[in-house]
Design a protein around this ligand. Sequence first.
Ligand code: NAD
Length: 356
Amino acid sequence: MKIAILPGDGIGPEIVAEAVKVLRALALPLEMETAPVGGAAYEAAGHPLPEATLKLAQQADAVLFGAVGDWKYDTLPRPLRPEQAILGLRKALGLFANFRPAICYPELTHASSLKPELVQGLDILIIRELTGDIYFGQPRGRRTAPDGPFAGADEAFDTMRYSRPEIERIARVAFEAARQRRRKVTSVDKANVLETFQFWKDVVTEVHRDYPDVELEHMYVDNAAMQLVKAPKKFDVVVTGNMFGDILSDEAAMLTGSIGMLPSASLNERGQGLYEPSHGSAPDIAGRGIANPLATILSAAMMLRFSLKQPEAARRIEAAVQKVLAQGLRTADIAHEGCTVVGTAAMGDAVVRALG
Ligand code: NAD
């Protein structure tokens, strides 16, 4: 089992080091190779996604990714900015299915901005289609240069588009995931206004015929945004397009109140995946040893489950995270009265000890 380790920028190297520590402690036959990505790769090789890094990712069974970006790169031309690395990897690996679980741990219920009873026991999974929709349609406008200003323009537009195979494969991913959970899928669309999403709804309904054991409901995106804060526990698996998924997955993430806790996975048709925390590179706290490594450690657990087919090892990591939280250990971002505040490395060590 070969893993490409891409730590990236900011807190990326600090949090990835803890996830690697946990993976090593499992004593599985894992081969790990590290390569630069993002701003670090721009500094080292003049490009955020160097050929050698891309090759390593393509040859690996899975990629463990930290985070990329720093404000100091904001003035670079767009193709050289760190964030292009993640877009390049998604495209090159064909990562069309983005999994973003939002789980509220009992010990962290207080971190949510919602009332505790609304989020206590929350466990939902947002599945976002990642390679289609309006983000990959035809953009049009009258820029003075490809990345220049819209001088004198009177309109700009983007094209929303989905093909049948694109909808079918993401719908299957959602129904399969629901079979491992509470067997309910909510397909989110805007079929009342957009042709693309009437088509989405029709195709999801057709695919559902193969999954009679899973309940399917359709919901308009505006209602879904509302229901997520009104009664989030009603959901199990939510499947939606790229743009609605972008927005709803961030909303769902914030239900738990702790961005440092949320893992994510992006998978292709071969089950190869890129695993990363849902947060960014947090340049404001980089290098201080205070970042929360749990989102990255939980991303490594998702990697073991989805790409490396090691569900038992994944469960061990998840149980170990629950255990350290129950012990009262907290990094600064999730700290509260009465807890023990620890740094990044100490949190990683505690998870290793809790593996048992
Ligand atoms: P961010 O997620 O990096 O940080 C937002 C806030 O959350 C900050 O206050 C930060 O300190 C805190 N935070 C984030 N992760 C944390 C952790 N593990 N532990 C403790 N606190 C944590 O978002 P931002 O500040 O908007 O973006 C910073 C940079 O990250 C930008 O360059 C942005 O482009 C990039 N970014 C990268 C990715 C990615 O690599 N996939 C995703 C989002 C943002």
